[in-house]
Design a protein around this ligand. Sequence first.
Ligand SMILES: [Fe+2]
Length: 245
Amino acid sequence: MIDLHVHILPGLDDGPAGWEGALEMARLAAADGITTVTATPHLFARRLVEMSRLNPADRILAAAAELRSRLKEAGIALEVAVGCEAPLCPEMLELLKDGRLLTVNGHGRYLFLEMPDTAIPPATEEVCFQLLSRGLTPILAHPERHPLFREKPERLIRLLHLGCLAQVTAGSITGDFGWRVSRFTRKLLQAGLVRVVASDAHDSRRRPPELSQAAARLRRWLGEAKAQALVLDNPRKILAGEPLT
Ligand SMILES: [Fe+2]
């Protein structure tokens, strides 16, 4: 399996505090059957959109390079690609132009996009349209966990019609975020609106990098082929910068 959305680089956001925590997450991921993760730190430390808190691209890339070498040293078989989780903000296009938005695996084709916790701003469609018209497809990070998408699913469907993709969190499938989230997640999956399932792991205990339990449930809900598309085939195409069919 490929886990496209993981906070595994230490010292950049609310992921692991140090390298030991990062390696522990990597061990868990490998033991769970995950062969590749994309390290997707929040673009802004503490998640607030403050330019002084922006994680510079070179720092994220250097942390990923260090993780790869530490994994090799520790004998942990896990590939690490890089991206980021960008918050929807007015500065987005400027950040993209300046090369400060890390797209998935550096292809300039896919970007993890997170809504503010308590709003889906009116400019969301416009910003997504602008990104799409530059050949960059926003992957909406865990819309099932957003109360306003649950209240008004038509807002999510409009963004998907525009060309955005939806990624749901493995824990939303297994019930970690409560029954409301779980029920909504199942509806989205059964309607074929979700293209990726990822762990959105932040540590090795509370939010670990695991997909196998969610994948087992996906197989029961959707069948083998659709389950595999969500945890392997689609993530592989996204990592390669290829379009999804
Ligand atoms: Fe995340």
